[in-house]
Design a protein around this ligand. Structure first.
Ligand code: E4P
Length: 220
């Protein structure tokens, strides 16, 4: 499973990238607004920090403008994945960009039918939003399961399932059990994945016992 970080906060990305566990980054207009920074500059900086795909989302809703925006975003760096919404114009734009060799992430997916359309449009990634489905008392993980099942029936579907709108470590674990390709994880959730009280307690006890030996592995 690959881990993308779901943020436009460059400092957070730098810290997480240093762990060696970050395979890519996703942003969206809300995350860019939260950063308070210039969109193009932020994407450039993120692409310098991370080798894997960096999703940058178009803001237009009509095909012609989306395509122009997508082409501009794709020129920022080789690892930009242009993000488009799951609408007829979005998928038309996806097809055009994908045919030209640009990676496209189709976002705001809430049904298996939508995911089939995105795969047919040549999307590199489909982003089903699990948290937002859970928020309305629907089952976000059931959608991931359905999409993975459908995609596995067709060898010509190369679209990766990118689990988005993740709210907890449990979402990541459930997505991994299903076999989803990628989880895009908010920084807080990624840090939470490291944590277990028994790890902390165990380490504390080991360090105390080690100190009693008076030894040093690297010598004095
Ligand atoms: C990422 O690609 C999505 O835009 C993001 O995961 C949405 O998350 P949210 O539902 O917490 O806003």
């Amino acid at each position: 499973m690959q881990f993308f970080v779901d943020t436009a906060d460059v400092d957070e990305i730098r810290n997480l990238a240093a762990t060696g566990l970050v395979d890519g980054v996703t942003t969206n207009p809300s995350l860019i607004a939260k950063s308070g920074r210039d969109f193009i500059e932020v994407i450039k900086e993120i692409c310098d920090l991370v080798d894997g795909p960096v999703s940058a989302e178009v803001a237009a809703t009509d095909h012609d403008t989306m395509l122009a925006e997508g082409r501009k975003l794709a020129k920022i760096a080789d690892n930009v994945a242009v993000k488009v919404p799951l609408t007829p114009d979005g998928l038309k734009t996806c097809k055009t960009l994908a045919d030209a060799g640009t990676k496209v992430n189709v976002t705001l997916c809430f049904s298996p039918g939508q995911a089939i359309l995105a795969a047919k449009a040549g999307a590199a990634f489909i982003s089903p939003f699990v948290g937002r489905l859970d928020d309305i008392s629907s089952d976000g993980m059931a959608l991931i399961d359905e999409i993975c099942t459908v995609y596995s029936n067709y060898t010509d579907f190369e679209t990766k399932v990118l689990v988005a709108s993740i709210r907890s470590p449990q979402h990541v674990i459930e997505a991994a059990k299903i076999g989803a390709d990628v989880c895009t994880v908010p920084p807080g959730v990624l840090w939470q994945l490291f944590k277990h009280p028994l790890t902390d307690a165990g380490l504390k006890a080991f360090l105390a016992d080690w100190a009693e030996t008076g030894q040093s592995i690297l010598g004095n």
